[in-house]
Design a protein around this ligand. Structure first.
Ligand SMILES: Cc1cc2nc3c(=O)[nH]c(=O)nc-3n(C[C@H](O)[C@H](O)[C@H](O)COP(=O)(O)OP(=O)(O)OC[C@H]3O[C@@H](n4cnc5c(N)ncnc54)[C@H](O)[C@@H]3O)c2cc1C
Length: 353
C-alpha cells in the first residue's frame, strides 16, 4: 500500500469516523484538534438512511441508541403561542437523534486507542511536495504526511490553506441563529415547539433533562459573517430581529443573555468544484456542508468518511484515483442534501441567496 501516514485536521464526526476506517486499513493516523478537549454541551444531531450502516460498522449503533432523545413530535404555534399544527418527530429528530457531545465522545472513545490525538493545536501551513505534504503547526513540531484530510468543519482551516478563502467556498442561505439552554418554562416533555414569524423562527425542545429546554432562535439576515463577530454583536442582532415579537420571545432573549452555553451559527453551505487538491482532501462540512436546515450534516459526515476510506482502500492508497472515485460516488448525495438545506432555510422564512 502507498501513502500510509495521514493527518486529519478536526476530531469531529467525520474526522473520528474516517480515522477509525483508515486505522483498520493499516494507516498511521494523526488527528489534530483545535479545541483543548471534547465539548460537553451542544445541540442534538440526527441520523438518517445509510448513516445507520456506518454506525453499525463502527460498532457503536447500540451505544448511540442509548442516548436517543426519544422526541415525540413538535407543536406548531401562532404568534400568541396557540397551537395551529403538529409535526412528526422525524421532522427535526430524523430516525434517531442524540446530543452531539455524546456522539463525539463515543467516537473519541472508540478511536482513542487507534489514533494519535493532538488537542489544542492547529495546522498553520500546508506545502505540497512530490511525495507528501509538509505541515507546520501552531504548537507542534513540523512534520510531513503522505496525505492530509481536512475534517475541520464549516470554517475549515485546511480548506482555507489549500483551496482558498472562506468567501469563495461559503454560500450563506440568508439565515442565522443562536442556540442556548433555558429553564423549561413551556413544560415540554420530549416534545418541541415551533413558531415561525416574519423572517424569524423560535424552536425549543426538552428531552433528557426535564427542567431545561434547548432553544434555537433563527432570523433572516444578509450578514453572513456575523458568526465570526463577538457575542455582544450577535446578541444585538437577535434582539433587533425579535424586537416586537410576542409570545415568549422577550423571556427567551433574557435567557439567551444569561446562558453560559450560547452559540451562534450561520446557515451556510460549502460549494467547491473539487474536494481534493494534490494530496489534500476534504471530508464532511469542510468540503460540502449542507447547512443545519438540511438535517443531514451528521449522516453526510459519516457517509463521506466511509466513502473516502473505501475509495482509498480500493485504490490501494493511490490518492489521485481514490479522491476521484470518492467525489464521483458522493457528489449526487451531497447535491441532494444541499437542495434540502436550501429548501429548509426557505421554509424558515429566510431569503435564499
Ligand atoms: C446549530 C446546529 C444544529 C445542527 N443540527 C443538526 C441536526 O439536527 N442534524 C444533523 O445531522 N446535523 C446538524 N448539524 C450539522 C452537524 O453538526 C454537522 O454537519 C456535522 O457535525 C459535520 O461533521 P464534521 O465532522 O464535518 O464537522 P464537525 O463535527 O463540526 O467537526 C469539526 C471539528 O474540527 C475542529 N476544528 C475546527 N477548526 C480546526 C482547526 N483549525 N484545527 C483543528 N481542528 C479544527 C472543530 O473543533 C471540530 O471538532 C447542526 C449544526 C449546527 C451548527
Amino acid at each position: 500500500m502507498t501513502n500510509t501516514t495521514v493527518l486529519i485536521s478536526g476530531a469531529g464526526v467525520a474526522g473520528a469516523a474516517l480515522g477509525h476506517y483508515l486505522h483498520r486499513d493499516g494507516y498511521d493516523v494523526t488527528v489534530v484538534e483545535r479545541a483543548p478537549g471534547l465539548r460537553g454541551s451542544g445541540y442534538a444531531v440526527d441520523f438518517r438512511g445509510a448513516a445507520f450502516d456506518v454506525l453499525d460498522e463502527l460498532g457503536i449503533l447500540d451505544e448511540i441508541r442509548g442516548h436517543d432523545t426519544a422526541m415525540r413530535g413538535t407543536t406548531v404555534v401562532d404568534a400568541d403561542g396557540a397551537e395551529i399544527g403538529q409535526l412528526p418527530a422525524e421532522t427535526f429528530a430524523g430516525e434517531l437523534e442524540v446530543p452531539k457531545p455524546q456522539l463525539t465522545q463515543i467516537l473519541h472513545r472508540l478511536t482513542e486507542p487507534e489514533l494519535t490525538y493532538i488537542f489544542d493545536d492547529s495546522i498553520t501551513t500546508l506545502t505540497q511536495q512530490d511525495g507528501g505534504v509538509a505541515v507546520e503547526f501552531e504548537q507542534g513540531t513540523p512534520r510531513t504526511f503522505d496525505l492530509v484530510v481536512g475534517a475541520d468543519g464549516l470554517f475549515s482551516k485546511t480548506r482555507r490553506l489549500a483551496f482558498g478563502p472562506h468567501e469563495e467556498a461559503l454560500r450563506h442561505l440568508g439565515m442565522s441563529g443562536a442556540g442556548f439552554t433555558a429553564d423549561n418554562v413551556l413544560g415540554l416533555d420530549h416534545r418541541g415547539v415551533l413558531q415561525t414569524g416574519d423572517g424569524t423562527a423560535i424552536y425549543a425542545f426538552s428531552a433528557a433533562d426535564a427542567d431545561k429546554m434547548s432553544v434555537s432562535l433563527s432570523f433572516a439576515t444578509d450578514a453572513p459573517t456575523l458568526d465570526r463577530r463577538p457575542r455582544a454583536e450577535q446578541e444585538q442582532a437577535l434582539k433587533e430581529a425579535f424586537a416586537g415579537a410576542g409570545w415568549i420571545a422577550p423571556e427567551l432573549l433574557k435567557a439567551m443573555s444569561a446562558a453560559d452555553d450560547f452559540y451562534f451559527s450561520s446557515s451556510s453551505q460549502v460549494h467547491l468544484d473539487t474536494w481534493s487538491t494534490g494530496r489534500v482532501v476534504l471530508v464532511g462540512d469542510a468540503g460540502y456542508c449542507a447547512a443545519p436546515t438540511a438535517g443531514m450534516g451528521t449522516s453526510q459526515a459519516l457517509i463521506g468518511a466511509r466513502t473516502l476510506a473505501r475509495a482509498l482502500s480500493a485504490a490501494d492508497g493511490d490518492h489521485a484515483t481514490a479522491f476521484t472515485a470518492y467525489e464521483a460516488e458522493l457528489r449526487p448525495y451531497v447535491t441532494e442534501n444541499q437542495v434540502k438545506g436550501q429548501e429548509g432555510a426557505a421554509a424558515f422564512g429566510s431569503r435564499d441567496q
